[in-house]
Design a protein around this ligand. Structure first.
Ligand SMILES: C[S@@+](CC[C@H](N)C(=O)[O-])C[C@H]1O[C@@H](n2cnc3c(N)ncnc32)[C@H](O)[C@@H]1O
Length: 284
């Protein structure tokens, strides 16, 4: 949803923007192309590999771009350290990148054999294997139910605990498949389990709440906050945040309804099917 994001951010020459989820740098590049010659962009990602890839991809923009390996839960501190205390736009394009899904060793994919990792930041924090092998059955069931809306959360959690240690992606995927049998329709039986674990490993919902709260103090009057989410729980957090801020007259809602990908984008990029974009403008 690059075009939609650029329009929502109201990207203009000379502006200052923060991309909190740099990934391979696709959105960042689109911003940089529109803010030349005077504009500047700060790109943040927790994933050191994403940062390396984006640094190469954006190298022609030289000093117009500053990159930081950090969790966006530290947004306020990173922005102030890098001289981005007042911005024209802040972008979040949440979740996992195609690049991360495609690198088997990262452990995000239930279709490729790898250690159960799933961390965005490979340098710190517990991995999916730590959660799968050390959490209680009850806690595992809660994660699968809350974050994956997995109807068979308790049965899967029970089987996990019975079969531990589980160290690889395919072993976990196979175990889930055994529990669910042919009960699933079109999606792979392990889809919900893997998504739930990824959200838990990276504390995605907690970090999003913290970062949205910090974004308030980092926008100029008229600055835009744009969030693209891929999960109903994330979208609910964004919607509630923007509505609460609008009620306090701190933000105004630019699009009252969520923006979805066009049918052309859905054809060329099927992974965008669950994308929902929300945008608000800073009034304070
Ligand atoms: C969907 S991808 C972004 C793709 C990017 N917009 C592009 O054009 O290539 C999401 C990225 O956000 C990063 N990410 C997710 N949660 C994060 C967090 N709490 N802090 C920093 N980066 C995060 C992931 O590592 C991933 O690279």
């Amino acid at each position: 949803m690059v075009d939609e994001a650029m329009e929502a951010l109201n990207v203009h020459p000379g502006g200052r923007y923060v991309d909190c989820t740099l990934g391979a740098g696709g959105h960042a590049r689109a911003i940089l192309e529109r803010i030349q010659p005077e504009g500047r962009l700060l790109g943040i990602d927790a994933d050191p590999v994403a940062l390396e890839t984006a640094a190469l991809f954006l190298s022609d923009f030289k000093s117009a771009v500053v990159l930081a390996q950090s969790n966006f839960a530290e947004l306020g501190q990173v922005c102030r350290e890098q001289g981005f205390a007042a911005n024209d736009g802040i972008l979040f394009d949440l979740g996992v990148s195609s690049m991360q899904l495609d690198i088997a060793e990262r452990g995000f994919s239930f279709q490729r054999e790898a250690p159960l990792d799933m961390r965005f930041d490979t340098t710190s924090g517990p991995s999916a294997a730590d959660i799968v092998n050390h959490y209680s059955e009850q806690e595992l069931a809660r994660i699968l139910w809350e974050y994956g809306e997995e109807r068979y959360s308790r049965q899967i959690a029970h089987r996990i605990v019975e079969q531990r240690p589980i160290l690889s992606t395919l072993r976990l995927a196979h175990l889930v498949q055994q529990v669910l049998g042919s009960r699933r329709g079109r999606i792979h039986p392990a889809t919900r389990t893997f998504m739930a674990l990824r959200i838990a490993v990276n504390r995605e919902l907690e970090n999003l709440k913290v970062a949205l709260d910090q974004s308030k103090g980092l926008l100029r009057t008229g600055g835009r906050l744009v969030v693209i989410s891929y999960h109903s729980l994330e979208d609910r957090i964004v919607k509630q945040f923007m509505r609460a801020e609008a009620a306090e007259h701190a933000f105004s809602l630019i699009a009252k309804k969520v923006i979805r990908p066009t049918s052309t984008e859905l054809r060329s990029n099927p992974r965008s099917r669950s994308a929902r974009l929300r945008v608000a403008e800073c009034l304070a």
